[in-house]
Write a protein that binds this ligand. Structure first.
Ligand SMILES: Cc1cc2nc3c(=O)[nH]c(=O)nc-3n(C[C@H](O)[C@H](O)[C@H](O)COP(=O)(O)O)c2cc1C
Length: 435
């Protein structure tokens, strides 16, 4: 999980250094590890100076899109004429992704500190942390930590005696994947149905309760105290050659590897190193077949593509996929790709909020066509039908949930077509009863 990277042994791990250490969960324990120094420093700085430091570090959003964090903060109005809000996205419902919950379970004060710095930097006096409903332990740990931080003066009307106010509200979700999408999340906090909103207006103009708002992922915000403590130059140096992807990244690896789990890597680490050195390679007697590198919402990579890739934003794109949330789903030669893609399509159909026709109908029909193929009733025309449906689900809707369903479908047909052909030709036993 958190072990030194060979190229930066003295500086890594960063985010996961104290995972597993119960002392780090407490306010005093966190302070012992240098915690809250960055917040004390931040409240003595100007907002602009904090934003410039985060910009210079090259930190990019860890929630999926990889948008530069400092730049996002700079979009907030300079004058706080209206209330501003920071929303921390702790929904983490992306299949294969399980890193944010570990930050909250083990280093809750790292997140609270990052949120408080972020809130101050964007001129917000209130931060909402939206925690996925199923996260019972992270919720409890975070609740205790917020109470402690208030009692010890790190949060409240007068942060560490600076006269700056930062309040923190934990908001519990009710278990909907779509509420991880930032505008759906704002509706959910407002007590409405979690449907995404049309943009523009962008959240920095009219977000939560119609006020200027910034939304950031847990891992993004937890990185901020380290940047203020150790400097943008240090953070920028944590990469293996590509200056557009800096810092460390938590990778959640699941599926057919010997040692699944969370690993913290320096940006640019070869995927091979993650798969073989960290995760121990395939299970005995098996070989790797495919990898979905960024949660389930990105194109599937063949094992050859994955093994040739560097693990950073550009490195994964160069091999035909996206870094996304960095939840790596690894599949070996025992995997039925058609069945697995059907399973993903079913997930998206279930989680579609149903506002947009292309998504509501597209995810449902995609699922049914896969069921037809898997039950031995598929036709050659189904390839074209699936590809046309996917095209209509890409770039045509309010949010990208339907694009996320289309990505594994299109890449699956392109790269594993023979497995579909086997079902259609009757060369493979049906995997399910006729529907
Ligand atoms: C359907 C959907 C689900 C999402 N789920 C999450 C999530 O669980 N956690 C998250 O941080 N971002 C999620 N996102 C991305 C957010 O909308 C947003 O881009 C992100 O929280 C911004 O934070 P960042 O800039 O720090 O990455 C999701 C997006 C979509 C379209």
């Amino acid at each position: 999980m958190g072990y030194p990277h060979p190229s930066h042994p003295k500086e890594t791990p960063v985010l996961s250094k104290h995972f597993g250490d119960p002392e780090a969960r407490t306010f005093d324990g966190w302070v012992k590890h240098g915690g809250y120094e960055a917040l004390r420093k931040a409240v003595g700085m100007t907002r602009e100076a904090i934003i410039e430091e985060v910009k210079a570090s090259g930190l990019r959003g860890r929630g999926g899109a990889g948008f530069p964090t400092g730049l996002k903060w700079s979009f907030m109005p300079k004058e706080a004429v209206k209330p501003h809000y920071l929303v921390c996205n702790a929904d983490e419902s992306e299949p294969g992704t399980f890193k944010d919950r570990e930050i909250m379970r083990w280093t809750p004060h790292a997140l609270i500190e990052g949120c408080a710095i972020g809130a101050y930097a964007i001129g917000a006096e209130r931060c909402y942390i939206y925690i996925r409903g199923e996260f019972t332990e992270p919720w409890r740990v975070m609740s205790n930590a917020v109470d402690e931080a208030v009692a010890r003066g790190a949060l409240g009307a007068n942060v560490f005696g600076s006269g700056k106010r930062v309040e923190m509200i934990l908001h519990r979700g009710a278990g909907a994947y779509i509420c991880g999408e930032e505008t759906a999340m704002m509706n959910s906090i407002e007590g409405k149905r979690g449907n995404p909103r049309i943009k523009p207006p962008f959240p920095a103009v009219a977000g939560l309760f119609g006020m200027p708002t910034t939304i950031n992922n847990v891992e993004t915000l937890a990185a901020v105290p380290h940047i203020l403590n150790r400097g943008a130059e240090w953070y920028k140096g944590l990469c293996l050659g590509n200056p557009k992807s800096t810092g460390t990244k938590l990778v959640s690896v699941c599926g057919h590897v010997q040692r699944p789990g969370n690993y913290e890597v320096v940006m640019g680490t070869p995927v091979r190193e993650i798969l073989y050195d960290m995760c121990g390679g395939p299970l005995p007697g098996r070989t790797f077949k495919a990898v979905i590198p960024g949660g389930s919402s990105v194109p599937i990579m063949t094992i050859e593509e994955a093994e040739a890739a560097l693990f950073d934003y550009e490195g994964i794109v160069a091999q035909g996929s996206m870094l996304g949330s960095a939840g790596m789903i690894v599949m070996d030669d025992t995997t039925d790709m058609v069945y697995q893609i059907w399973r993903l399509a079913k997930f998206y159909a279930h989680e579609s909020c149903a506002q947009c026709t292309q998504c509501r109908e597209g995810t449902a029909w995609t699922t049914r066509i896969f069921e037809r193929i898997l039950s031995g009733k598929g036709k050659q025309e189904d390839f074209q039908l699936l590809l046309e449906l996917s095209e209509n689900m890409t770039g045509k809707t309010i949010c990208v949930l339907s694009d996320s369903c289309a990505a594994p479908v299109v890449s699956g047909i392109q790269k594993f077509r023979s497995e579909f052909e086997a079902y259609i030709a009757g060369a493979r036993e049906p995997a399910m009863a006729a529907v």
